[in-house]
Design a protein around this ligand. Sequence first.
Ligand SMILES: Nc1nc2c(ncn2[C@@H]2O[C@H](COP(=O)(O)OP(=O)(O)OP(=O)(O)O)[C@@H](O)[C@H]2O)c(=O)[nH]1
Ligand SMILES: [Mg+2]
Length: 432
Amino acid sequence: MKKKNNTFVDQALISVEGGGGGSGCAGFHHQKYLKKGTPLGGDGGDGGNVVVVAKQSRNSLHEVSKKHSWKAKNGSAGGLEGMKGARGRDLEVFVPLGTVVYDESGSVVADLVDGEQRFVLARGGRGGRGNLSLSREVGKGAEFAEKGEAGQKRNYLLELKVLADVAIVGFPNSGKSTLLSRISNAKPRIADFPFTTLGPHLGVVEGVEMEFVAVDLPGLIEGAHEGKGMGHDFLKHVERAPVILYLLDVSPDTGRNPIHELEILVNELSMYMPELSERKALVVANKTDLLSADETLSDLEEECEKRELRLFLISALENRGLNELKSELERIVMGERKQRKTIGEEVRIVLPERENDILDIERSGDVFVVTGGFVERLVLKTDLNSPDAVKYLVGKLKKLGVDELLKSHGAKSGDQVSIAGYLFEYHDDEEI
Ligand SMILES: Nc1nc2c(ncn2[C@@H]2O[C@H](COP(=O)(O)OP(=O)(O)OP(=O)(O)O)[C@@H](O)[C@H]2O)c(=O)[nH]1
Ligand SMILES: [Mg+2]
């Protein structure tokens, strides 16, 4: 359940594509001092990459989620006189700190926790070689050039799990947003009805010695870990907070029982993620201004003692007890920061991308289908309208053992061979 004007978005599915490589140029030099006809066509430029970049200034994935497809610029074609084509510009996807990147298999491939941290989502294709470069391999007669490679195409899920030092959790209407607005620079909406806050709000708290970040989350109710209420969607934003602040409304006449609510909150968090029960935590009893002089909180005090949680009595509305609470938070946060950096996601090590280079042949009806990244790339780079380029390709394929392999699979002259979607005719030189 989300209100239409709620612009907080913490998930985005995106399709990304690197720019295509520019084609190489097949050109010849005609200057006086060089022999006429010297190949001098330049290489095509590489295509741009699509890169995700963490930005301090971003708060949500709202902008990113509006655009589904991201394609970087293509590289330019190579030119005459050995001119290399320009590299295609990278396309940058700006996301908030705390954005986790999942690939299609659901593995975490990046966890962007520092400002300006980058991760390449899709590489651009390499530019094709011009006949100047090719002439080093095939000699002066090179009259053809290569086409540029296509850029990588990938799909990712981006998920924001906010980075804060302190997560304020509590039932709806307990005063979480009011507390955040009093101890930090944040200005969340405050109202006397449940579920006012529809997304996490981050606020910077100025301590005596340091600044730290607190996050106010939508209210939790019993069953939140199973998806009840709307708090469930936001439990992930507690995951990385080293300190948890349980906020309880202790005012009388609410028909609510703070001890019971504390129990529910602690349970909901640990059912969502068991590690959360080991986090540093404290309990804050809010709205004490509404307690009459003879009302005490001795039961709650006892309960907190039992749970070994420190209890603070405050009135967020009347600014009571906030300084003491702030300095305790600062003390704990400082201790936690010394111990560990950020509670991050376990990132699967992404090795430099290597397509399957294993040469393989499979028969599909009458056609021999050849697979293997390198061989397929070679075909895709070839201008099949140029007899010279095809001659070069045929020579290369032979050198790579493709002919040999086809023969061992029973291919005969005249049989059809498919590589990277193109059809060729097999020709056995030794066949009579
Ligand atoms: N008397 C009194 N009222 C308070 C205090 N703190 C908050 N309130 C009031 O309680 C109501 C709810 O406050 P919010 O800060 O919006 O509560 P919340 O926990 O953020 O609520 P949700 O976002 O709906 O989960 C508002 O009317 C506040 O003015 C307090 O210390 N004393
Ligand atoms: Mg609120």
